[in-house]
Design a protein around this ligand. Structure first.
Ligand code: SF4
Length: 304
């Protein structure tokens, strides 16, 4: 299922730049998280499960992880090294310099994507990433925001508010580093209206990319306990697809969607069951976009 004709997906963006398919290789470099170790908070975000990261081999050398991920994926000629697990800027810049260089050493790695928290992006890290961009790499700073609402961020124990995100994005833009913002739809206490406001604030702040996730209940997370008690439910697929469609229609055509849903591996996933594979969400989102319009069409309708 392909959305490229109605959404500016990362796949479409990369194909336009490189003329062929480019795949992301997920890495676990063994970073920690300041929201777990007591530096910024304890216990982590309520939706986060260390088990989902534990499935990746954080002990293996990066070259080995890259080789294994290449073998798992369908063949591609070019790749992006994606530092995904935990907080991938949470180390001295000398350590980051070494790890990023190790991950991009192979000539077929043409890009670097780094997932982190907005309050863990010092200027020295931005300068490091900007250096890769200047050398022609495809670079993405992937910032976990999840919601633009401080009440929600406090409720899920993010350990930062909107202000930290706005500051990180402003500095990233000044350094010339593109930002992909991660959002979770269906967080406790949030409605569709919260998600629309979050999108508007993120677009105003100036992100270049978006990654949308449904709230997933994963084994070992604090939300899994609340879910077991019957206190929270993740979104149903039809409601999720309709909200994603609406957000895509309200997003300018040039912004790059890195992802519009998410999956979790068994037995980590508790709920919703439709997140066990990517296809139900892709089909439902595709149907919504076909029916109501693709990326940016709500903006055009509003402007007209
Ligand atoms: S989601 Fe990220 S910031 Fe939150 S606890 Fe997990 S690793 Fe830390």
């Amino acid at each position: 299922m392909n959305l490229d004709d109605v959404v500016n997906t990362l796949g479409r963006h990369l194909k336009a730049r490189y003329g062929e398919r480019v795949r992301k290789l997920s890495l676990n470099a063994g970073f920690g998280c300041p929201n777990r170790d007591g530096t910024l908070g304890r216990g982590g975000c309520t939706f986060c499960s260390v088990l989902s990261f534990a499935a990746d081999d954080g002990d293996a050398p990066l070259a080995q992880q890259l080789a294994e991920r290449r073998a798992e994926l369908k063949r591609a000629a070019r790749y992006i090294a994606y530092f995904q697990a935990y907080t991938n800027t949470y180390a001295e810049v000398e350590t980051l310099t070494r790890l990023y260089a190790e991950a991009t050493a192979s000539p077929d790695v043409v890009g670097l994507a780094v997932g982190t928290r907005p309050d863990c992006v010092p200027d020295a890290v931005l300068a490091l990433l900007a250096g890769y961009r200047e050398r022609g790499y495809e670079v993405w700073l992937e910032l976990g925001l999840q919601s633009a609402h401080d009440e929600t961020l406090a409720r899920v124990n993010r350990g930062h508010g909107w202000a930290a995100y706005a500051d990180a994005v402003a500095r990233a833009r000044a350094a010339g580093v593109p930002v992909c913002t991660h959002l979770i739809l269906g967080l406790p206490g949030e409605t569709d209206a919260h998600a629309v406001t979050t999108l508007e604030r993120v677009l105003d702040a100036g992100a270049e990319g978006l990654k949308l996730h449904p709230l997933m209940i994963t084994r070992g997370s604090r939300l899994a306990v609340a879910h077991k008690r019957g206190e929270i439910e993740p979104p149903e697929l039809p409601a999720y697809a309709a909200l994603v469609g609406e957000l895509i229609r309200r997003t300018p055509p040039e912004l790059v969607f890195h992802r519009v849903s998410a999956t979790a591996r068994a037995p980590t996933l508790v709920a919703p069951a439709w997140c066990s594979t990517v296809w139900p969400a892709m089909q439902a989102i595709r149907a919504d976009l076909d029916l109501h319009g693709g990326q940016g069409t709500r903006l055009q309708a509003t402007a007209a």
